[in-house]
Design a protein around this ligand. Sequence first.
Ligand SMILES: N[C@@H](CCC(=O)N[C@@H](CS)C(=O)NCC(=O)O)C(=O)O
Length: 208
Amino acid sequence: MKLYHFPPSPNSRRTLAVLDHLGLDCELVPIDLFRGEQMRPEFVALNPNHMIPTLVDGDFVLWESNAIMQYLCSKRPGNRLWPADPKTQADISRWQSWGLAHFGAACGVYIFERLVKKAIGQGDADPAEIAKGELRFHRFAKVLDGYLEGREWLCGDGVALADYSVGAPLCLTAIAGYPIEPYGEIRRWYAGIERLEPWRRSASPDSK
Ligand SMILES: N[C@@H](CCC(=O)N[C@@H](CS)C(=O)NCC(=O)O)C(=O)O
């Protein structure tokens, strides 16, 4: 397998963490988004969205980080990240969908305004965009914070794909400056993710 990735990206990191967690062999191919490498024709041929992460497994090409994570788990039957039980899978899938559509999208506003724009020379953050992001962030952070009360992990009693998916954007808290301070449960839960070796190693991955 080959995984095209860009190390600072939370979308990449969650797939890298799952590869590591499951101990799967995969060639890692860095795509430098800040240099526009995702626009190279050979990469666009794999992913017409010109986005990382993108996985190639023989003649099978898969994009979308959550789908990649689920597919990687299918290589290690019996793993705890994506257990076979249909209700547990549905619960994990619910949080992955929610993360992509709501919490992660709110974080994405901050990431784009405060990190990406600078990196690609589009100037400073737009306060009006940040204000819109802030409304969305608080709306969904309240839901996550409330849900995490009394829980160490989102689904069941161990780390699952849901934790890597929803937690990933929090790796950029210091740079993106999300208004995370009031959400003690989220901070506690994410500190637990930060203690996981596969997550830590995903910040500076080596090909295996
Ligand atoms: N929903 C996608 C989002 C992927 C995504 O947003 N990738 C960004 C980096 S974080 C990207 O490759 N952007 C390059 C571009 O838009 O040209 C996923 O979860 O994989």
